[in-house]
Design a protein around this ligand. Structure first.
Ligand SMILES: O=C(O)C1=C[C@@H](OP(=O)(O)O)[C@@H](O)[C@H](O)C1
Ligand SMILES: C=C(OP(=O)(O)O)C(=O)O
Length: 420
């Protein structure tokens, strides 16, 4: 295909949009969110908070939340449906763990397979009553909260969902709750809680919060989602004759692993017009068609690019030499097993790729064979990665179940069209 050209604004950050709604819902007063991501996952969060009695309305481009603080939340009459969203169920479990009423959390077939013990375990240690399938490991989850005690939780996984869940529960516990991680995961919770007036102490790999602090409503401007931008960056680097710019994308250092990888692989990438949206840094990302080389990706960078690995796998099929992705077992417990779904499908398209225990090994460059049918398997990031393959294959590729892309990037195809 011919080059991608022009500049666009990608939709709002999913992680930050979830947090803005949840924190607004437990804050005293009014919260106004601009740039909120109207993706299915964030709309699931809005629906759950409404079910808990929070007043949320759209005013033009703004999402406005009015709340009397966390004590204003009401026992829900119906089950809380998180849809496909791991972030919703895990963060909301932390909030519900501190509230003295019962609630039931359910989700779709993908959520039913995802591990919940990573949050229900520490929340039970804090005194919450939680049950669910297989002793609280899987949905549906039943939570009766209240009377929490503090914890110092040393998490075996670098997961912002685990960290955030415990910190949110910690707000309702007496004393200091602390979470230590093997590597730092995305820190949007820490930054945004401070914007809502909460004191948070951050050491290298630990975060501490004092219980009993009340959030105050505020204004949140949501940056563009770097995880969505990643697909366009990969397209820009791979499609011949491309030069594109993505405006006001979040460049929080706990999320910029993809930029480090692109640079190390040799991509022509620059960041301009850097500024801040509240406590979150943003910038314009500019990329051109690039000659790429294979690299090894592992260790502390993994949580900084975990959702971008499917796109990176596509990138690596066009890079010269070997790319190794390791320490990425977490990919097996996302919306699909993202190691298997990517490796199997890229292999079908002609890539030289093998799955490993903790990631994948890709040798490039190999042309991708079009004229084939692939599937998102209901996983938005797999759907967009397969669409990228279609841009660089010798013939068009048909992707099944693309509706899943609206989980995180509803305007993906129209944004791509705007650049072509
Ligand atoms: O906290 C968040 O907003 C997220 C954290 C990550 O998950 P883990 O916490 O499971 O690593 C990420 O994969 C997910 O898309 C969003
Ligand atoms: C894993 C993801 O999200 P979640 O865990 O919120 O379902 C994702 O967006 O890639």
């Amino acid at each position: 295909m011919n080059g991608l050209k022009g500049s666009i604004k990608v939709p709002g950050d999913k992680s930050i949009s979830h947090r803005a709604v949840m924190f607004g819902a437990i804050a005293n007063g009014t919260t106004e969110i601009t740039g909120f991501l109207q993706g299915e996952d964030c709309l699931s969060t809005v629906a759950c908070m409404k079910e808990l009695g929070v007043f949320i309305r759209e005013e033009g481009e703004k999402m406005v939340i009015e709340s009397n603080g966390i004590d204003g939340l009401k026992e829900p009459r119906r089950v809380l449906d998180v849809g496909n969203s791991g972030t919703t169920i895990r963060l909301l479990s932390g909030i519900l763990a501190s509230l003295p009423f019962s609630s039931v959390l359910v989700g779709d077939d993908s959520i039913a397979k995802r591990p919940m013990a990573r949050v229900t375990g520490p929340l039970k240690m804090m005194n919450a009553f939680i049950d669910g399938r297989e002793n609280g490991q899987f949905t549906p989850l039943f939570i009766r909260g209240g009377n929490l005690k503090r914890v110092h939780y040393i998490s075996p996984v670098a997961s912002a969902q685990v960290k955030s869940s415990i910190l949110l529960a910690g707000l309702g516990a007496k004393g200091k709750t602390k979470v230590t991680e093997p590597y730092r995961s995305r820190d949007h919770t820490e930054r945004m809680l401070q914007s809502f007036g909460v004191k948070v102490t951050v050491d290298e790999d630990s975060v501490t919060i004092e219980g009993g602090q009340q959030l105050q409503g505020t204004k949140v401007q949501v940056p563009g989602d770097i995880s969505s931008a990643a697909f366009l960056l990969v397209a820009g680097a791979l499609v011949n004759n491309s030069a594109i710019s993505l405006i006001d994308v979040g460049i929080n250092p706990t999320r910029t692993g993809i930029l480090d990888v692109l640079k190390e692989m040799g991509a022509e990438l620059t960041i301009t017009n850097e500024k801040n949206f509240g406590k979150e840094p943003v910038g314009t990302l500019n990329i051109k068609t690039s000659e790429l080389r294979g690299i090894t990706i592992g260790g502390e960078i993994i949580p900084r690019l975990i959702d971008e690995i499917p796109a990176i796998a596509v990138l690596a099929t066009q890079a010269k030499g070997t790319t190794i992705i390791k320490d990425a077992e977490e990919l097996k417990v996302k919306e699909t097993n993202r190691i298997d779904t990517m490796v199997n499908q890229l292999k079908e398209l002609g890539a030289n790729i093998e799955a490993t225990d903790d990631g994948m090994k890709i040798i490039g460059p190999t042309p991708l064979r079009g004229g084939q049918l692939v599937d998102s398997f209901g996983d938005h990031r797999i759907g967009m990665s397969m669409a990228l393959c279609g841009l660089i294959a010798d013939k068009p590729i048909t992707v099944k179940n693309t509706e899943s892309i609206s989980i995180s990037y509803p305007s993906f195809f129209s944004d791509l069209n705007d650049l072509t």
